[in-house]
Write a protein of this length. Structure first.
Ligand SMILES: Nc1nc2c(ncn2[C@@H]2O[C@H](COP(=O)(O)OP(=O)(O)O)[C@@H](O)[C@H]2O)c(=O)[nH]1
Ligand SMILES: [Mg+2]
Length: 462
């Protein structure tokens, strides 16, 4: 009896030892984003459902919730026609949104801390993207990809999705929201659902968000389109392009489906991603208190926005309370705000914070611009509209340049500066095509305004 008790004690001891070894190895395992994961999981304790409060019961300004094909659920998970669906269980485990409160993080004092790639952050070591089929460890943000598209864009958006999935999302499985002013057809839904690893959702845009507001003089708008057509201004005669720009400027973040999220990554048809994204950009944004980001910047085509800055000045006068002290006015203007230098972040790529776009400051700004009519009497693009907002209403350090996200949208390429970054991230872009240090880019100005050190090796890539 004494002998069998001894054996029992040995076995108990061995089991305990195994449990201890398991916990030690689990907590010291090396994986992408490991440092962040540890820190964030502490922060996440007790905050799991905060994101639900980000407006999911609201309706968009100006009316009833959007009608249409909300929430067709992809990834073979069946479909759900509710306007505010609950996540089904297998999707939930893959993409369970969680909320990190960035304000609880200590402020950074080192400029490198908030650059990407960050040479001081061991957790962001490149080249560690999990192999296809393997999930990245750690929490997920309450985030989604978002694409505005027509049914005819299906094959072009498929190319984009495939690249985003292969380079990043296969390991993270974030949701993907598709928005359209018409009903999505079966082919679009079938093909895009098959390509994405997270949940897909399809929303129809409310007609009041995609049309002429009542205060627009149709005759005046028509004459402008004719004139722009004569002057061969790109998309100058297009009504739908104007609706698109206005929608991206003022409404996509208020679509009922988008109200459920805190972060978005905008993806357009026919883009390319040339490098692995070996960490979670949403989490990077949250952890570093970023609200808006870009990969390419350039000068806007002046003919499309002749009076945009006048309208912005009107807004600044009417709402001085929305202009933050430590802003990026110097990125937008060379004369202290008298005139616009036309620099803007190219908004076909954006990773940003939806709560900021839904803030009173941004909505007041959009409403002011909208009333001035330039979306129809000129051809204001959402890129300068977003950029000016970010430049005036965000603190400098809340805007982020992702050097390590390599990107192409016709006709410009952002290929990361620095050979090691490109090798680590398995990039296939030619650094000679990088637009950043070209005279038509505003990226160098962004670095100057923010007093950031230029990325290593930029001189060789000018
Ligand atoms: N649903 C819908 N999407 C549109 C329409 N026009 C453009 N888009 C989308 O809006 C985004 C910008 O349009 P795009 O043609 O790429 O403009 P560009 O990048 O400025 O040349 C893309 O995601 C398009 O798919 C439209 O009339 N309806
Ligand atoms: Mg495009």
């Amino acid at each position: 009896m004494a002998g069998s008790q001894r054996y029992f004690r040995y076995i108990l001891f061995a089991v305990l030892a195994l449990v201890v070894i398991f916990f030690i190895s689990a907590s010291s395992g090396v994986g992408p984003g490991q440092g962040y994961t540890q820190k964030a999981s502490d922060l996440l304790k007790g905050q799991g459902s905060l994101y639900q409060g980000s407006g999911s019961n609201s309706v968009p300004a100006g009316g009833a919730p959007d009608a249409g094909q909300d929430s067709k659920v992809g990834s073979g998970s069946g479909s759900n026609g509710d306007a505010n669906p609950t996540l089904d269980s297998d999707v939930k485990s893959a993409a369970a949104p969680q909320h990190t409160d960035p304000s609880s993080l200590p402020p950074s004092t080192n400029p490198h801390d908030t650059t990407s790639p960050n040479p001081n952050a061991p957790s962001l070591h490149a080249g560690q993207t999990p192999p296809l089929g393997q999930k990245a460890p750690g929490p997920r943000m309450n985030a989604t990809f978002v694409t505005l598209a027509r049914n005819s864009d299906v094959w072009e958006i498929s190319r984009s999705i495939r690249q985003v999935e292969d380079r990043f999302n296969h390991a993270y499985n974030y949701d993907w929201v598709f928005l359209n002013d018409a009903d999505f057809d079966d082919t679009f839904i079938k093909v895009t659902t098959a390509l994405t690893s997270g949940k897909t959702r399809y929303g129809k845009i409310a007609s009041e968000h995609w049309g002429f507001p009542s205060f627009i003089d149709q005759e005046k708008a028509r004459k402008v389109r004719e004139d722009m057509h004569e002057r061969k201004i790109i998309y100058g005669d297009s009504v739908s392009y104007r609706h698109m720009c206005r929608y991206e400027s003022g409404f996509f973040f208020r679509h009922p489906i988008m109200l459920e999220y805190e972060w978005y990554w905008r993806v357009e048809p026919s883009i390319e991603l040339f490098c692995d994204v070996s960490y979670d950009p949403f989490k990077f944004m949250a952890d570093n208190k970023k609200k808006y980001s870009f990969v390419l910047s350039l000068y806007e085509y002046v003919e499309t926005i002749p009076t945009l800055w006048d309208s912005v000045k009107g807004f600044m006068k009417a709402h001085p309370e929305h202009i933050v002290a430590d802003n990026s006015l110097a990125f937008l203007s060379d004369d202290g705000g008298e005139s616009y230098n036309h620099c803007h972040f190219w908004s076909n790529f954006e990773v940003g914070n939806l709560d900021w776009l839904r803030s009173k400051a941004y909505v007041d700004y959009f409403d002011h611009l909208d009333r001035d009519g330039g979306f129809f009497y000129e051809r204001w693009g959402d890129a300068p509209v977003h950029s000016i907002a970010a430049g005036l209403m965000l603190k400098k350090e809340e805007i982020h340049f992702f050097n390590d996200i390599a990107y192409y949208h016709v006709p410009f390429t952002h290929c990361p500066t620095g050979e090691q970054v490109r090798l680590d991230n398995k990039c296939h872009c030619n650094p000679k095509n990088n637009f950043d240090w070209n005279g038509y880019s505003c990226t160098k100005r962004f670095f100057e305004v923010n007093k950031l050190p230029l990325p290593e090796g930029y001189e060789k890539e000018q």
